[in-house]
Design a protein around this ligand. Structure first.
Ligand SMILES: Nc1ncnc2c1ncn2[C@@H]1O[C@H](COP(=O)(O)OP(=O)(O)OP(=O)(O)O)[C@@H](O)[C@H]1O
Ligand code: SF4
Ligand SMILES: [Mg+2]
Length: 323
C-alpha cells in the first residue's frame, strides 16, 4: 500500500516562524525563523536522518511533520493525504499512524502511570481490545523491547534511562505506526547504552517496517541509522543525500565542515576545515546564503542571492552556488 513511488511523508515548502518579544519591556514582536521553506520526503520504511547544530530547527520540523504544531506555510502529505489542515476526528485518526520518541525518556513518561498502562494507552484510547487482551499485548511488547515481565507493574522512576527509553519505544510502536519521529532518542543516555537503543530501533524497523524521521546533532549516530541524510542550517536544508554518498563525499561546504570536525568519520580525502564564528540569530538570519558568514568558500554573490536546493549529482540535493 505504498502508493507507487510516492513518499510516506512529504513536507513541501514548510515555514514556521515563532513570534518573540524583542525584550522583556518591549511591545515590539520579532520573528524566530525556525523553518524557512523546507521540502523533504520520507520514503516508506526508510530512515531520514536530520542533522544540524543546536537551534537550527530540527525539533520544530519534526513537530510540524506530526502536526503537533501547525506550519505557517507549506503542505504536509502523509500516506497520500494532505493533512496540513486536518482537525478533530480526522487528525486524531491520522495521528495513530504517527508517533514520537523523545530525547528525555523520563519527562516524557507519566510518573503516576504503571508501565503497562503507559504502553497500552493507545490501544485503550482507540478501543483496540479489552482489559485482559491489552494486558497480554503489553506484556508481549515489553518483552520485545527487552524488558522483563515484572516491568509492567512498575512505575517509570524504577527504571534506568536506557530502560525508560525502551518503554518510550514500546509506547511509540504499540499502534504499528507508519512513521516514527525520533527526536534525539539517545542524546540523554550513557554512551554505553546508546548503541543498544539504536540497534533496538533498527531491529524494530526491520520487523514492523515503519519509517523514521531520525533527529540528532551527532553525525556518528546519524550515520549508524540513516538511509538518507538531510543537513539543516538556520531553518533551511543545505544538503540531502543518500547516507553512504554523503559520508563518502560530502558536497555542501557546511556538510564538509561538519564532517571534518568528526575525524573518525572523515570525508575522502579528509579535510581540515574550521567552522568559524557562531551561528547567527534565527531572528535576523543573514541575507543571501544563510551560511555565508561562516563559509570558507563564500563569494560576493553568496551575500545577496539565496541558493536553491537543487540536484547537483544523481540523487543528491545541495543549496550552494558553487557545488
Ligand atoms: N515555542 C517557541 N517559541 C519561540 N521560539 C521557539 C519555539 N520553539 C523553538 N523556538 C526557536 O526556534 C529555533 C529552532 O528551535 P528547535 O528546537 O527546532 O531547534 P533544534 O534544531 O531542535 O535545536 P536542539 O538541537 O537544541 O534541540 C530556535 O531558535 C528556538 O529557540
Ligand atoms: S552559496 Fe556561497 S556561502 Fe553558501 S555554501 Fe555555497 S559557497 Fe558557501
Ligand atoms: Mg531539538
Amino acid at each position: 500500500m505504498n502508493g507507487g513511488n510516492a513518499a510516506l511523508l512529504s513536507l513541501v515548502n514548510i515555514y514556521k516562524h515563532f513570534p518573540v518579544r524583542q525584550s522583556f519591556f518591549s511591545r515590539e514582536m520579532l520573528k524566530v525563523h525556525a523553518i524557512d521553506g523546507v521540502s523533504i520526503d520520507v520514503p516508506y520504511g526508510k530512515t531520514v536522518g536530520l542533522v544540524g547544530e543546536s537551534g537550527c530547527g530540527k525539533t520544530t520540523l519534526g513537530r510540524v511533520a506530526l502536526r503537533l504544531i501547525a506550519p505557517d506555510g507549506g503542505r504536509i502529505r502523509f500516506e497520500g493525504t494532505d493533512i496540513t489542515r486536518l482537525s478533530g476526528e480526522e487528525l486524531r485518526r491520522t495521528r495513530r499512524s504517527m508517533q514520537i520518541i523523545f530525547q528525555d525518556p523520563y519527562s516524557s513518561l507519566n510518573p503516576r502511570m504503571r508501565v503497562r498502562d503507559i504502553v497500552g494507552e493507545g490501544w485503550r484510547v482507540h478501543g483496540m481490545g479489552g482489559r485482559e487482551e491489552i494486558r497480554e499485548k503489553a506484556a508481549r511488547l515489553l518483552a520485545r523491547v527487552g524488558l522483563s515481565p515484572d516491568a509492567a507493574d512498575k512505575y517509570p522512576h524504577e527504571f534506568s534511562g536506557g530502560q525508560r527509553q525502551r518503554i518510550g519505544i514500546a509506547r511509540a510502536i504499540a499502534l504499528s505506526p507508519g512513521l516514527v519521529v525520533a527526536d534525539e532518542p539517545v542524546s540523554a543516555l550513557d554512551v554505553s547504552v546508546q548503541a543498544q537503543i539504536l540497534n533496538l530501533l533498527k531491529d524494530i524497523q526491520e520487523e514492523y517496517g515503519m519509517a523514521y524521521l531520525f533527529i540528532s546533532h551527532d553525525l556518528r549516530v546519524i550515520r549508524h541509522m540513516s538511509d538518507i541524510v538531510a543537513v539543516m542550517y538556520l531553518g533551511k536544508l543545505m544538503e540531502v543525500s543518500p547516507a553512504e554518498d554523503l559520508f563518502r563525499g560530502p558536497l555542501h561546504p557546511y556538510t564538509r565542515s561538519l564532517l571534518s570536525a568528526v575525524p573518525m568519520l572523515g570525508g575522502t580525502p579528509r579535510e581540515n576545515i574550521v567552522l568559524r564564528g557562531e551561528i547567527p540569530s534565527p531572528v535576523a538570519p543573514p541575507p543571501g546564503c544563510r551560511f555565508h558568514t561562516r563559509c570558507f568558500l563564500a563569494q560576493k554573490v553568496c551575500e545577496e542571492v539565496c541558493p536553491l536546493l537543487r540536484e547537483s549529482a544523481p540523487g543528491r540535493l545541495t543549496a550552494c552556488h558553487f557545488v
